[in-house]
Design a protein around this ligand. Structure first.
Ligand code: 5CA
Ligand code: ZN
Length: 414
């Protein structure tokens, strides 16, 4: 499907440092090592409601990774999906008496608009689950033929992945079996369903049900794909057998990314599927994780309509480290707006402290697991000094603005 429109990313003098990121599988910060072209797959929205600040924060996180890679001289091949068929989407459409396709298209259009406003560099490929169904069905048939999947004997036509076919299962999330069972039940799995070989086995293909949309699955029969196999197949089809980064919010650590990796690794015979599994913290509101099911949402579109500049929003969201779960509050918003105004003023100063040094500092903070609080502190200090008339580098204000634009995605002009 169509992505959104991009914008020019200014080039900076010299080159950025190699990017290191925290890998959930190894539980450590480790350098990324893209072979020229860097590849990244990020789990995108399930479009049954508007983009909230949690989605925005996660998308900004991976946008920063993309910017750091580009600055270090890599071409970035970036794929993001849209889960445009899934139970929650069908439930919301039924609740509101709406066509599920219309709902998905409307919310995806709004997401694109929000992403553009936030200056998120568009993915190379923006891909819907629905348009990928033939490819997904083909891979599910392969899993079934190869003995890594089985059909439930209850006549539903449902097909499950046999986690016994994934000897490394659990390596990505590092959780105990009890924790996995709990999370599977909370996050779309069905550990108590009778007839499964292992309670943790994930659904690959859901046989057609009355009143639900279904697609031709060839020998699988009519139905629709399970969630984890969608992301595995879309990633493999467009990025090859391995990706440098598999990304999303930390609510996807298990079962989603564990199962996607298990599917992909069985299909390619290569492990690990991702060199880095990168997880952004959850943005909360009123003390709880922001989620559609809880209904405590702060929408990007709503804030934009209320006059909060998208660049101030971006600054507010990156004031905390991407891996930390954090709360959205009025104070966080106000601090973002104040910083935005101050930096804009500083970028218009006649001179400031040495620009090359500022750029080197910001680059090194971001290369170190996207340390935005560290980068923001350097830019705050530089701005304070420039506004106090400290420093004689007349090229520094323009370089500071270009640095914010290219590396943080924050445009100070305009
Ligand atoms: N469509 C699936 C992924 S394949 C999905 O999780 N959709 S979503 O709409 O629920 O979330 C979209 C992206 O935003 C995912 O990467 C998810 O991990 C992330 N996300 C969801 N809620 C939050 C939140 N409160 N804070 C930060 N990130 C979030
Ligand atoms: Zn996904």
């Amino acid at each position: 499907m169509d992505s959104w429109s991009g914008h020019e990313v200014p080039r900076l003098p010299g080159a950025g440092a190699p990017l290191a990121l925290f890998d959930s599988a190894r539980r450590a910060v480790a350098p990324t090592r893209p072979a020229g072209r860097a590849t990244m797959y990020v789990c995108g929205i399930t479009p049954y409601d508007a983009t909230h600040l949690g989605h925005a924060a996660t998308m900004i996180t991976f946008d920063l990774a993309q910017r750091a890679w580009r600055d270090a001289g890599h071409y970035v091949d970036y794929v993001q999906n849209v889960t445009d068929i899934d139970d929650p989407l069908l439930q919301r459409a039924a609740r509101d008496g709406e066509d599920w396709v219309v709902l998905a298209m409307r919310e995806t259009a709004l997401f694109r608009e929000d992403m553009e406003a936030l200056r998120i560099i568009p993915p190379t490929h923006y891909v819907g689950a629905v348009e990928s169904i033939p490819a997904i069905a083909e891979q599910v048939r392969k899993l079934l033929d190869g003995g890594a999947a089985y059909r439930l004997a209850d006549g539903t036509g449902d097909v499950y992945f046999d986690i016994a076919a994934a000897p490394r299962f659990g390596y990505e999330s590092n959780l105990s079996r009890d924790q996995m069972l709990t999370l599977s039940a909370e996050r779309g799995g069905d550990p108590t369903r009778p007839g499964k070989r292992d309670p943790l086995d994930p659904l690959l293909w859901r046989g057609a049900r009355d009143g639900e949309p279904a697609w031709d699955g060839g020998l699988l029969g009519p139905g629709r794909p399970g969630w984890h196999i969608e992301c595995a197949v879309i990633a493999l089809g467009l990025l090859g057998d391995r990706v440098d980064v598999q990304g999303g919010g930390n609510d996807l650590l298990f079962p989603h990314h564990e199962c996607s990796a298990a599917h992909a690794e069985w299909l390619t015979g290569q492990a690990p599927f991702a060199s880095h599994y990168v997880h952004a913290g959850m943005i909360g509101l009123n003390g709880e994780k922001m989620s559609k099911s809880r209904g405590n949402l702060a929408f990007v579109s709503r804030l934009r309509a209320d006059g909060v500049h998208p660049m101030a929003l971006r600054l507010a969201l990156i004031a905390g480290h991407y891996r930390a779960d954090r709360q959205w509050t009025d104070d966080v918003r106000k601090a973002g707006q104040q910083r935005w105004h101050r930096w804009r003023e500083a970028a218009r100063a006649d001179a400031g402290p040495f620009g090359a040094q500022l750029l080197a500092g910001v680059r090194s903070r971001l290369a170190d697991d996207l340390d935005t609080p560290g980068a923001l502190a350097l830019l705050d200090e530089w701005s304070d000094q420039a506004l106090a008339g400290v420093g004689t580098d007349r090229d520094a204000p323009a370089l500071m603005a270009r640095c914010c634009d290219a590396l943080l995605g924050v445009r100070l002009g305009g």
